[in-house]
Design a protein around this ligand. Structure first.
Ligand code: ATP
Ligand code: MG
Length: 575
């Protein structure tokens, strides 16, 4: 039963009880008032009758009948001995059979000289009667008693008539009360219902509507609810901010982060983790035990899910090396952090190779220098031979010098201490002049041409860097192209920049070497290149110089047909 109905039911019950009490009380009051009045009347009538009572005993019967009929009452005349001498309701012939009335309470009181009264069913006529008796009836051996009586059903009729109006008024009051209770119930229940709705909205996280009832108690409740809602909102806001912050942090991390529940189901995985595990953002992740199928990784996962904390471990995820830090969560589940060590490991290899390469490159000329120097120190070397030996020593020293210079160049570019200072220069002279400056004999063995496409007449580049790039590319082209071959340099606009290409008709480079020739010390044909005096740093320098301009390099080649090295340099776009 809802609040409004309950309130109404209680009110109606209270009203009914009140009305019943009123009706009963009214009945009692009316009846006692009425009986009081009747008794007074009866007593007065009895007094009048006493005055009018004839002396002749034979007239008593007629007296009782006549006056009783006239007054609508019953009159009884009793002598001092308790014998009934006349009665309105008893024929004279039957008076002998009427029992002695002296013991009746009202009669006894009247015989004692007082006014007697009583209320009871009459044994003579069988109805409820009200009796009033006074002394002074038939004087036979002393004064007797005059008693008048009235049937009580007359009283009942009067009481009922009065009671009827009370009942009508009570029913009217009841109807009015029910109406008011239903209105009041509804007006109290509405704000309560609305408050309940507001509470439900708060729980559901939607915007609540707070009612205003004007009832202080209900308004206090609504106020408390509103305060709670504001407090909750503020806390949720803080939580949401904190959560967004954490989420952003985790998402921005270079390390892969994965968390799972106690059964190994993945709850979160940041982009780095997905990248490392090879799962795109929209692909669902399987359970940890399936995700990490490698033996070492699975051991880590299982141990952590069982609540153990085990030391960080290096594992292989397909082709990547990762360091896994795994920690169990207090409520079950695990957090895994994956450190990608692949690049670090590759750098270590490069550094190792680099040291080995440099040592190797230095060792050959050094061995040769020390060998010749030792020979020179020993006796019996002719001056002609000494000269040759010294020339060889010098050549090797030059080679070492070259190696060190190139290496220093590379370091400078790489470390960022050197920065290109690009400016607009004319393409034609810049590309052609460098060729002409190369050693004459070597240059003469090849035909050289340059092709400048429209739109590439000017190039935006650091002139010194361009010069160094071209020296290296021309040097290679000439070195790896037999005499009589052709070297062509071209410049043409391309994708917001200019592409400079050096094409030769030389030996070409095999497919498996082609993508590595820009690495330091890499030589497609080490013995030949070394014999030519190359150290394998030229193209690495070219690559770094071009990239320091924001450009890129690549190579195309067919074995036996020739090679083309492309350099693309960006052109500043007008704002
Ligand atoms: P350095 O240039 O340092 O004196 P290098 O010429 O050997 O020595 P790079 O210029 O870096 O070194 O070239 C790397 C390798 O690429 C060469 O050893 C060679 O095998 C190959 N290469 C480069 N350019 C050409 C080319 N035009 N034709 C054929 N092979 C080439
Ligand atoms: Mg070279």
């Amino acid at each position: 039963m809802n609040f409004a109905r309950r309130l109404m039911a209680v009110t109606v019950a209270v009203l009914i009880v009140t009305v019943l009490v009123l009706v009963v009380a009214a009945e009692l009051w009316i009846r006692s008032d009425l009986e009081q009045e009747l008794r007074g009347n009866l007593e007065r009538q009895a007094s009048l009758l006493r005055e009018a009572l004839p002396r002749d005993p034979l007239a008593w019967g007629q007296f009782a009948t006549r006056f009783g009929a006239a007054g609508g009452i019953r009159i009884t005349l009793m002598d001092r001995n308790g014998r009934v001498r006349a009665d309105t309701d008893v024929p004279a012939a039957e008076l002998n059979q009427v029992e002695n009335h002296a013991a009746r309470p009202e009669m006894a009181a009247a015989l004692a000289g007082r006014t007697g009264q009583a209320k009871r069913p009459s044994s003579t006529i069988g109805r409820d009667l009200m009796y009033v008796a006074i002394p002074g009836g038939p004087a036979v051996g002393g004064p007797g008693v005059i008693r008048v009586a009235l049937p009580l059903d007359q009283v009942d009729a009067v009481v009922w008539r009065r009671q009827r109006s009370v009942l009508v008024a009570a029913l009217l009051a009841l109807a009015l009360g029910v109406l008011l209770a239903s209105v009041a119930g509804r007006s109290i229940a509405r704000p309560l219902t609305e408050t309940a709705l507001a509470a439900r909205a708060i729980a559901a996280g939607t915007t609540p509507h707070f009612p205003h009832s004007g009832i202080p108690d209900v308004d206090a409740l609504v106020g408390a609810l509103r305060g709670m809602h504001e407090e909750l909102e503020a806390r949720f806001d803080a939580l949401r901010r904190k959560q967004a912050e954490t989420e952003m942090l985790v998402n921005a991390m270079v390390e892969g982060v994965i968390s799972s529940d106690a059964r190994g189901r993945v709850l979160t995985a940041n982009p780095a983790a997905r990248r490392l595990l090879g799962y795109s953002a929209d692909r669902p992740l399987p359970e940890l035990q399936v995700l990490f199928h490698q033996k070492a990784a699975r051991e880590v996962v299982n141990a952590t899910l069982q609540g153990e904390t085990i030391p960080d471990r290096e594992i292989l995820l397909d082709d990547r090396t990762c360091l896994v830090s795994a920690r169990p969560l207090p409520e079950g589940g695990a957090v895994l952090v994956l450190h990608d060590l692949t690049d670090l490991r590759r750098l270590e290899v490069i550094r190792r190779d680099f040291v080995a390469n440099v040592s190797h490159e230095l060792k050959t000329p050094l061995t040769s220098i020390s060998g010749y120097a030792e020979t020179l120190l020993s006796e019996g070397v002719g001056s002609e031979t000494s000269k040759r030996f010294l020339e060889t020593i010098l050549a090797n020293a030059h080679r070492m010098q070259q190696l060190v210079d190139d290496q220093l160049d590379l370091s400078r570019i790489e470390s960022g201490t050197w920065r290109p200072a690009p400016r607009w220069i004319q393409a034609e002279p810049a590309l052609g002049d460098v060729w002409n400056e190369l050693d004459l004999p070597a240059r003469g063995a090849h035909r050289f041409s340059s092709e400048i496409a429209p739109g590439a007449e000017k190039i935006f580049v650091d002139p010194d860097a361009l010069r160094q790039v071209l020296v290296n590319l021309y040097d290679n082209a000439r070195r790896y192209t037999p005499a009589g071959g052709r070297v062509t340099v071209s410049a043409k606009p391309e994708a917001g920049g200019v592409r400079i290409s050096v094409r030769d008709t030389g030996t070409g480079i095999g497919g498996d070497h082609l993508f590595r020739i820009f690495e330091r010390f890499y030589r497609a044909d080490p013995s030949r290149s070394r014999a030519e005096g190359g150290t394998g740093l030229g193209l690495a320098i070219v690559k770094h110089l071009v990239e320091s301009h924001g450009g890129r390099v690549w190579a195309e080649s067919t074995l036996g047909q020739g090679t083309t090295i492309h350099c693309w340099l960006p052109t500043p776009q007008p704002a």
